[in-house]
Structures are given as structure tokens and as C-alpha cells.
Design a protein around this ligand. Sequence first.
Ligand code: FES
Ligand code: FES
Length: 199
Amino acid sequence: MSSVEQARAVALDVIGLTVNGEPYQLPVEPQWTLQYVLADKLGLTGTKEFCAEGACGACSVILDGRAVLSCMALAIECDGGVIETVEGIARANHPLIDAYVKYSCMQCGFCTPGFIVTAKALLDRNPDPTLDEIKEAMVGNLCRCGTYPAHLRAITEAAKVLRGVVEADSAKTPAPTLVNSAIGARAAGMAAGGTEGGE
Ligand code: FES
Ligand code: FES
């Protein structure tokens, strides 16, 4: 083994993460961000890197119950952490997913996973947020396509569904799995293309 390879081997450390309920043991280099590990090592590509400097919210994940910017978190510092990504939220059929479809919150869709993750963290701690509380919680999530009004409507409706105030649209839809797999793909950024979401 060369001296470079030896130095590299020393730099690797193994961390434990629980991601969307699944336990992982991962060798990581000290400079790897949480976003890099989730997207590139675990294939959870819904966690986007856009600005890579903590300014846009596209890389948001829930870490130990709190929305964090995964581009700004070193993976090695997250050892033992419990993480939820947009894939886990979609898989759990969270009401946000149907609400995001209903209100066409996506145009290019690049920001969408970060919005959904931040909104999920908000509704976890505050199931009945006011409009101002939603705006305050979402202030770190930026959308270049200008879909903001649609997000506010979707988050408000998802909160009502969670509280049982209104019925989930998926309950009225004949094939909810099709709807949810479609938004899961969109939310994970695997599909692009125009919708009428911007208002
Ligand atoms: S990519 Fe992390 S905040 Fe923009
Ligand atoms: S950046 Fe938000 S939909 Fe395009």
C-alpha cells in the first residue's frame, strides 16, 4: 500500500446512521458531508445539493427530529443520528405528499424535497401552524421557480389532514399508490418538466 493509500485508510472512520428506519454502518472520510453520504453512498438522491453553502434548503433532512442542512453537516459528526429523508416521508404516505400533488407545488422540482422535509419537521412539532408560522419555518427554503403560494396551501392542507379536520385526498382516490409513487419520484427529483405549479 502506498503512503497516499495508507493516509487515506487512516482517514476513514465508520459511523452508524439510522436512515428512514434502516440502520447503516458506513466508512466515511472526515470531509464528507451528510448530503454526500445520503445521496452518493446510500443512493437517496432526493437530498439535493444546490448551493452547497447553507443558503437554499434543497439539502434539508430531518436529523434527530430537527430539520438541518445536510450540505453543512459533516457525516462524521452525525454518528448515531436518526435521519429522515424525503424518500422516507414519501414511503410513509405522509399527507404532505398528496397535498403537494394536489396544489402542483413543483415546476422543475429541484427544491421540492427540501420543502417537504422542512414542512414535515414543522408539522411534527406543530400540528396546527398559523400561516405566519409556516412562512417562518420555511424561510430557509428557496424556490427559483416561484412556487411559494402553492407550498403554503399544501402545508396548510396537510396539517388539516393530520389533525383529522379534512379527509386525505388519497382516501378518495381509487389508486393512491399510483399517485404516491408519482409524487415520490417527483419529490426525489427523478422527474423534471413543467407543471402549472407557480402562482
Ligand atoms: S444545498 Fe444545502 S443549503 Fe443549499
Ligand atoms: S426551484 Fe422550486 S420548483 Fe424549481
